[in-house]
Design a protein. Structure first.
Length: 544
């Protein structure tokens, strides 16, 4: 267990840096061939340094990365729709009207706060890192800007060093990066920084300093106390060169949401499509370079020129070349035997392999206009099946911790009127385990088969009911409507509380019973009246 001691923390950081070196060469390749605009992984590079794009001869890997990242943003955290809701483990409490309304109001507040922040821009950057490198990191904190509650920051892979707990969950993060003296003074204040930072701030405020942010579980703390030193996670900021502790505080919830595309057993960093397709990407670029060279040789070939009888040979359009007309020799192109069709076919095959690695063929929507509604649903189901393992990993490692962190910040945040942003939790669920229910487009697609199964059963039951209506006694129609509402993400306020439904039905049954009794009484009275008339008529006949 780590201690809040600068010497121990920097020693731990050095160990993590050594452990991470095995990944850095692979990450450098990703930067070279996919994301040349990203800063190099090696930490001693000058800030702002970017790679040359001279090694990129085909932009497909870059475009595929951007497209898949955009698809994840749309499928998982779509800014135009509600992509999650809240629930507890108790189904009866979830059906309670007050609880459902609190869940819906809380969800709406969180979504509004996200729209009012830089979340959707930063999460897209995180998705790009996730697709290319296999690991994406998003830092979540309260905003210091007026009118905004939250601030998000996608942290590049070069900054982060990860450590897992016994269950493989990231619970320790070291973030090493550069800050200028001006930024440090604004962020931490004059009293917190070292004397060297203060001096540089006066002379050259743009001087860079290496700063590390350590976040790790505390070994000993009192959860009953609300001060930062007794929070679950320690937060320590350190100046590397001067070994000066800038700030020692804490977090209730881990402030970094870490997403990993695919993780091998025993590994701390993920493997994304960019990393896994790197052999094909390198081959594609080599083939594209060769094809360009071959095409250039054909379009602008070397010339075979006799060594006598010609003046200066110029290949520019419109050039005049003088030669001895008595000579039989002519200027001819040098044939090199290039097989352009074969080279191009090999290039196309390699591009298709890379497209498959980035799910481009599955996520391509350009031909959606030509598909029927049933074909669109089938494609959505196929996409959901293909992305299911990654989707499950992202739910567990990224989306759930993300919402937990957001709620922890909003619970202690106030609006412009000084009122809490989130309403108090209902008494019924204060000690219950709250969980997230994801209703993003991808989540809905994964549950389409449930609706199909329900529809199939209802269709069969409808057919059998023509023979024996009692067959519907086997189906709980109330549960059917709840299943439809749940899968389609219908608002909680749309469905009544089950107790209210029971009360309405009891009232309806009572009214129907009273109506039936009144009808029977009226019928009985009419029968008696008709009988009385019959007796009177009979008496008249007998008296005649």
């Amino acid at each position: 267990m780590l201690k809040e001691d600068v010497k121990d923390l920097l020693s731990f950081q050095s160990q993590l840096e050594t452990d991470r070196t095995t990944w850095e060469s692979a990450w450098e390749d990703v930067g070279t061939y996919i994301l040349p605009h990203k800063m190099p992984i090696r930490y001693d590079d000058i800030p702002g340094t970017q790679r040359s794009q001279k090694d990129i001869y085909d932009s497909l890997p870059t475009l595929a990365t951007m497209r898949l990242a955009a698809a994840l943003n749309s499928l998982l955290t779509n800014p135009t729709s509600k992509w999650f809701t809240l629930a507890v483990d108790d189904p009866e409490l979830n059906d309670n009207l007050d609880v459902r309304q609190w869940f819906e109001e809380t969800t709406d507040i969180i979504l509004r706060v996200l729209e009012n922040s830089n979340f959707y821009a930063e999460v897209n950057e995180m998705y790009i890192d996730l697709v290319a490198y296999g690991t994406g990191v998003l830092y979540i904190e309260g905003s210091k800007k007026s009118g905004k509650e939250l601030s998000f920051s996608a942290r590049p892979i070069r900054e982060v060093f990860l450590c897992e707990d016994a269950e493989g969950v990231i619970d320790t993060m070291v973030r090493k990066f550069k800050m200028t003296a001006k930024q440090m003074m604004e962020e931490f204040g004059e009293e917190a920084v070292s004397d060297k930072v203060k001096k540089e701030y006066d002379k050259n405020p743009e001087t860079n300093f290496i700063v590390s942010h350590f976040v790790f579980p505390r070994k000993v703390f009192d959860p009953g106390k609300k001060d930062p030193k007794n929070m679950k996670y320690a937060s320590v900021w350190v100046e590397n060169e001067s070994k000066h502790m800038i700030k020692d505080s804490g977090y209730v919830v881990f402030p970094y949401a870490v997403a990993r595309w695919l993780k091998e057993t025993g590994e701390k960093y993920g493997r994304g499509p960019g990393l896994m397709a790197m052999p094909d990407i390198k081959t594609l670029n080599a083939m594209a370079k060769t094809l360009l060279m071959a095409g250039e040789r054909i379009a602008n070939p070397a010339l075979q020129v006799p060594d006598e009888g010609f003046g200066d040979v110029k290949a520019a359009p419109g050039s005049i070349i003088y030669y001895d007309a008595t000579m039989k020799a002519r200027i001819e192109p040098l044939l090199i035997g290039s097989n352009m069709p074969l080279t191009f076919d090999m290039l196309v095959q390699k591009r298709e392999a890379i497209s498959d690695a980035f799910y481009m063929n599955q996520l391509l929507l350009l031909d959606k206009r030509e598909l029927t509604a049933e074909e669109v649903r089938a494609r959505q189901q196929e996409n959901a099946r293909i992305l299911a393992p990654t989707f499950g990993m992202l739910n567990y490692e990224f989306l759930a911790p993300l919402i937990d962190r957001i709620i922890s910040i909003l619970q202690i945040s106030l609006d412009d009127n000084g009122d809490p942003i989130l309403k108090d939790t209902p008494e019924q669920i204060k000690n219950k385990n709250m969980k997230l229910m994801f209703i993003s487009p991808l989540a809905k697609s994964q549950r389409v088969h449930e609706l199909q199964a329900v529809n199939s059963v209802l269709t069969v039951a409808g057919n059998l009911a023509q023979i024996n209506p009692a067959v519907f006694d086997n189906i709980d129609l109330d549960q059917v409507i709840h299943i439809y509402a749940d899968i389609n993400g219908a608002p909680a306020s749309m469905l009544r509380d089950q107790k209210l439904v029971t009360k309405i039905r009891e009232g309806r049954a009572k009214a129907q019973a009273e109506q039936a009794q009144a009808a029977m009484a009226q019928q009985k009275a009419e029968t008696i009246k008709e009988g009385s008339k019959g007796v009177q008529n009979l008496s008249k006949v007998m008296n005649q």
